[in-house]
Design a binder for this molecule. Structure first.
Ligand code: ADP
Ligand code: ZN
Length: 214
């Protein structure tokens, strides 16, 4: 099964994808993580992507699509995977449809995790991550016991470079502009289900499972 998870930045796709990966055993293909890995390792791709990433802009399609195609040809994607953070515009959507079609495959289901814009800004601006154990905290909804320190392993918490308020607004703007055409595309193919992402993660996960099983 090939699944696309759509959602604006902060919609909770990452949390849900990690859960589904466990429940359904689907490989998780997330372009944001692939860019972060390339930037951290200072690869050629990472060097080219970094200025866009840092500004909260989309990385150009040629770089993004090339990276995505390489990823989906890995063996763990042979019989299916879950796309998270891709596609983000029509050119990426068409490239993915074509690559799958060339292998006799197709996107089976698309789930849009819908969250109001105010809530997205609130969620993204207070997010803190543990660089050591990957725990996620939030100033409002899940603060650590001691500010700036991981409850689980004691490491100093960090903020993603693109979670600063100005950059957050830009990430949202860029993604809102493109989202409607993606929704229209997949709705036109009768593959789209929308779930209300404004609720607690358990409730969202239950709806997602229903959408993917039904
Ligand atoms: P966000 O929640 O902001 O979408 P991600 O981790 O998914 O966070 O992506 C972070 C950044 O990586 C984006 O702001 C963009 O610069 C780049 N990026 C990720 N996926 C894509 C994509 N499909 N096309 C272009 N750029 C992307
Ligand atoms: Zn930790």
């Amino acid at each position: 099964m090939f699944v696309v998870l759509l959602g604006l930045p902060g919609a909770g796709k990452g949390t849900q994808a990690a859960r589904l990966k466990k429940d359904l055993g689907l490989a998780h293909v997330t372009t944001g993580d692939l860019f972060r890995q390339n930037i951290a390792a200072e690869t050629e791709l990472g060097r080219k992507a970094k200025p866009y990433y840092d500004a909260g802009e989309l990385v150009p399609n040629d770089l993004t699509i090339g990276m995505l195609l390489e990823r989906i040809h890995q063996p763990d994607c042979a019989s299916g995977c879950m796309f998270d953070g891709y596609p983000r515009n029509m050119e990426q959507t068409v490239a993915l449809d074509q690559a799958l079609a060339a292998a006799g495959k197709q996107i089976d289901r698309v789930v849009y995790v819908e969250v109001a814009e105010d809530e997205l800004v609130r969620r993204l601006s207070g997010r803190w991550l543990c660089p050591r154990c990957a725990a996620i905290y939030h100033d409002l909804s899940a603060p650590p016991a001691k500010a700036g320190v991981c409850d689980k392993c004691g490491s100093e918490l960090t903020q993603r470079s693109d979670d600063k308020p100005d950059i957050v607004r830009n990430r949202l703007k860029v993604n809102i502009e493109n989202m409607q055409s993606l929704l229209d595309h997949y709705a036109g193919q009768d593959k789209l289900t929308t779930v209300d992402g404004g609720r607690d993660p358990e409730a969202v996960a239950a709806d997602l499972r229903k959408a993917l099983e039904g």
